[in-house]
Write a protein that binds this ligand. Structure first.
Ligand code: ADP
Length: 357
């Protein structure tokens, strides 16, 4: 009996994309379908290379195709095409598919650490990633990535530095070291404009933006000026930090920026004897997420290697990729990527992904 493409597609149309809640065929995620004798091969085009459900989709498509009579061997390839969030399309000279802001209610909660490690984790999964350090008060991502200068500009355009597979640019690299950063309205606005329009990012799947902490003028102007796909709020588990974080959440809500979720940093410390110490309290981030009806993206434990990596220019996802912290960050990065895809796909009325350009 000959196996037909129609029969394979009919079987695959029973497999749902777990987050988009539509089947893989309707979503046009099945590509390069080929049948040779009793062997079927195809590519599943995911909406992000950092897809957390990759394993599940792989298993389900294999099971579905095996139900077709005559099939003996299945070869599945996974590829990805990150959908473009419509918000970025207005900026014709920026081929950036999604811009994600990382904010916090106050400084010192690990916002830059989380931004840097999420950016590198997404790049490790195969995505094209840029990091814009817009924290004008403490632009410390250059130290965290071991970058001390930008390449020379080309034709008036700033060229981002590259580190660990990501492109990055930082306010800290645009001013002389040690020069105090006092930003006033007009200067801030022109700096933002330069950051937005004058950087040669090239094609990016994700631009991660490390915003200034708090809900002051700087954070507000930046969040307003950028066409953000969504925002992530980093907080510590303790109450005072949560009150600040919920103000941060509200700022984004008022600006109509979708909240992708809350990350709780420095959640606990695992001690060598196997016990766990909740230095800053417990469960606060989850409570904040629940109380404000926003997704909880995950907890990141305390580990001195995070600080050491930050000080020596080697992010923990690179220096200790198998540590609990790195694993937590990789999972959070996947969660963020999945949510961005879902948001972009629904904003585009779930058009098949190859049309969403
Ligand atoms: P923010 O950007 O919110 O001001 P940073 O990312 O600069 O905060 O982090 C503040 C300090 O805390 C840095 O020294 C950083 O290395 C350290 N740090 C952040 N997260 C962790 C963590 N999970 N474990 C240990 N140290 C951390």
């Amino acid at each position: 009996m000959t196996i037909t493409k129609e029969a394979i597609l009919a079987a695959l149309s029973k497999v749902q994309e777990p987050e988009l809640h539509q089947d893989l065929v309707t979503l046009n995620m099945i590509r390069n379908l080929e049948i040779t004798g009793d062997k079927v091969s195809f590519t599943v085009m995911l909406t992000t290379p950092a897809c957390p459900l990759r394993g599940r989709i792989d298993k389900e498509v294999r099971e579905a195709v095996m139900t077709v009579e005559g099939v003996k061997t299945i070869e599945v390839k996974m590829d990805s095409d990150v959908p473009n969030d419509g918000r970025m399309r207005g900026l014709v000279n920026m081929p950036i598919r999604n811009a994600i802001a990382i904010g916090s209610g106050k400084g010192g909660v690990g916002k830059s650490t989380v931004s840097v490690n999420i950016a590198v984790a997404l790049a490790q999964s195969g995505a094209r990633v840029g990091l814009m350090d817009a924290d004008i008060y403490g632009p410390n991502t250059p130290t965290m990535l071991g970058v001390d200068k930008l390449p020379p500009p080309v034709e008036q355009k700033l060229i981002p530095a590259t580190a660990y597979g990501i492109k990055m640019i930082s306010m800290g690299l645009l001013v002389k070291p040690g020069q105090p950063l006092i930003w006033r309205g007009p200067m801030l606005n022109s700096a933002i404009r330069q950051f937005l329009g004058d950087v040669e990012w090239g094609e990016l799947d994700y631009l991660i933006i490390d915003l200034p902490p708090g809900t002051g003028d700087a954070a507000l102007s930046l969040a307003q000026a950028l066409p953000l796909s969504g925002a992530v709020i980093v907080t510590l588990p303790q109450l005072v930090s949560l009150e600040d974080a919920s103000r941060g959440l509200n700022m984004f809500k008022q600006l109509d920026v979708p909240i992708l979720g809350v990350v709780e940093n420095m959640s606990y410390l695992d001690l060598p004897d196997g016990t766990r110490m909740d230095i800053f309290g417990t469960g606060g981030g989850e409570e904040l997420a629940k109380g404000t009806n926003t997704p909880f993206l995950g907890k990141i434990p305390i580990d001195q290697n995070v600080r050491i990596g930050g000080d020596t220019g080697k992010p923990i996802v690179v220096s200790h990729p198998d540590s609990a912290v790195a694993k937590a960050i990789q999972e959070i990065a996947q969660n963020i990527a999945a949510r961005v895809s879902v948001a972009a796909m629904s904003a585009n009325n779930a058009l098949p992904i190859n049309i969403v350009e």
